[in-house]
Write a protein that binds this ligand. Structure first.
Ligand code: F0G
Length: 470
């Protein structure tokens, strides 16, 4: 039997459980500091989990970005780094992997996703242009705004409702998209910014039918569609699971078909690609490629390394091939669901359906007595750390930032605390411990008070803001 498209052991045995398609070769010790030390650490960090030292953290669910465990093959690939300034052989491995699995013609490597977002935004957006997309992402929207663009959210209404069980809450609402095109004029639309899955909506997928329809609509108006492919492998899993006609198709085929309806993509390799650093931008238009290839030497590095070491590109190329294996994705999302299902059983409010990369606690449901301008999701992240040393992340009003025109907070409908699961890192027993800690914090919810922001940086404030209890 070949490695590709292999069945999981569970399927072969006719059982329903998933198990990781790997075993552990190297381990890293965990430890928990005392409650007193955690209180002190929280104070020093201004109640912001981004400002904690990782040594003060027990189980780290801050992000799935750059936190994956690499395989023995990837580590072996690191030893094959060709650290030439120009024309490294690892660049060509990466180019081939992106062309094979994503199908785009031209590749520009970048140090991570936001490096690619910077290049595409600067190259394509003219000041005053509109950029419709399926919900904002923090760094993506900021680069669009810095380039003079105006982001417009055209995601389906269900995405804003944490209790809606819609199968594809990441979908673009075609009526909303067409209304923006008609109102602003097709010439004023820089491109459609499509993400699969949608991080801020809870890791929710876009259907194949939706991307096809978006493509058709954009063709009528001659508008380009660029994909944020950061967690597109996970999106492909949901299509396989939920969309008619895709049950028997491998993840790799679904991924490639989806990308074929778009004109290019930017990528944070730190997620799906199972590496600690790396990203890329890929397009089909040769003229745009020429411009991007020229810009990358200004901001990232030569066009055959884009801010990466040769070894990083090799690990990423190998990670791409590993990431599209059906049994890998199934166990990755299976673990996220295992945690989410425990919380649902205990009637703890979370975003449903459970998404691809994380379980999102619904902080408005958790703390209905804390108004949104007192940062309920930030409060929850702080309380969880205090209770258990588990690190999560705010995805609510602090992350949303301020409207550049009015200066007011954006008040997103979703006020969430994200428990993000690194790939291939923690075990099911860790998930049990996490669920129990959340239950403890939930049981104490009525006594919990909100926070006020006492320091606010200008850009992407959630990373460095400081808070104090009210
Ligand atoms: N797009 C999406 C959907 C992302 O989730 C991220 C990063 C980026 C782009 C930017 O990529 O970090 O490599 O520069 N998300 C991380 C997170 C930070 O924790 O969700 P990057």
């Amino acid at each position: 039997m070949t490695h590709h498209h292999s069945q999981t052991m569970g399927q072969q045995l006719g059982r329903r459980s998933w198990a990781e398609p790997w075993k552990i070769k190297m381990v890293e010790p965990l430890h928990m500091i005392s409650r007193k030390e955690r209180e002190q650490a929280l104070l020093e960090a201004g109640y912001n989990t981004f400002l904690l030292r990782s040594e003060a953290v027990y189980i780290d669910l801050l992000t799935d970005s750059g936190t994956s465990a690499m395989s023995d093959r990837q580590w072996a690939g690191m030893m094959l780094g060709d650290e030439a300034y120009a024309g490294s052989r690892n660049y060509y491995s990466l180019e081939e992997a992106v062309q094979t699995y994503y199908g785009y013609s031209y590749l520009v490597p970048t140090h991570q996703g936001r490096g690619a977002e910077h290049l595409i935004s600067q190259a394509v957006i003219k000041p005053g242009n509109y950029v419709p997309g399926n919900m904002y992402f923090t760094t993506t929207r900021l680069h669009q705004e810095i380039a003079g663009g105006i982001f417009v959210d055209v995601i389906t209404d269900e995405a804003h409702d944490p209790t809606s069980l819609h199968a594809f809450k990441g979908n673009i609402d075609l009526d909303k998209l067409e209304a923006v095109i008609k109102r602003e004029g097709a010439d004023n639309i820089a491109y459609v910014s499509l993400a699969g899955t949608v991080n801020m909506a809870g890791g929710q997928p876009v259907s194949m039918a939706n991307v096809k329809a978006v493509r058709a609509l954009c063709d009528r108006y001659n508008i380009r569609v660029y994909l944020d492919a950061t967690r597109m492998v996970e999106n492909a899993f949901f299509i396989q699971e939920r969309e008619e006609g895709y049950t028997d198709k491998p993840i790799a085929a679904i991924l490639k078909e989806f990308c074929s309806y778009t004109d290019g993509a930017w990528m944070s390799g730190k997620k799906d690609h199972l590496v600690n650093i790396g990203g890329w931008l890929a397009v089909n238009d040769p003229e745009l490629f020429e411009e991007l290839r020229n810009m990358v030497v200004v901001y990232e590095g030569l066009h055959t390394y884009g801010g990466l070491a040769g070894r990083d590109m090799e690990a990423m190329a190998i990670g791409i091939a590993e990431s599209v294996q059906d049994d890998h994705v199934r166990s990755r999302i299976g673990q996220v669901r295992y945690l989410g299902d425990l919380l649902i059983d205990w009637e703890i409010p979370i975003v449903q359906p459970i998404g691809g990369h994380a379980v999102f606690l619904d902080a408005k449901g958790f703390y209905p007595h804390i108004p949104q301008n007192q940062f309920p999701a930030q409060t929850l992240a702080a309380e969880l750390y205090r209770d258990s040393g588990i690190r999560s992340m705010e995805r609510g009003v602090a992350s949303a930032g301020r409207d550049p025109k009015t200066g007011d907070h954006y008040y997103p409908a979703l006020e969430l605390t994200r428990l993000t699961i690194p790939r291939r890192v923690y075990t099911q027993a860790h998930m049990d411990v996490v669920a129990e800690a959340i239950k403890t914090v939930y049981d104490a919810r009525e006594e919990t008070q909100g926070l006020k922001m006492v320091y606010e940086p200008k850009y992407l404030r959630f990373f460095q803001a400081r808070f104090e209890p009210i």
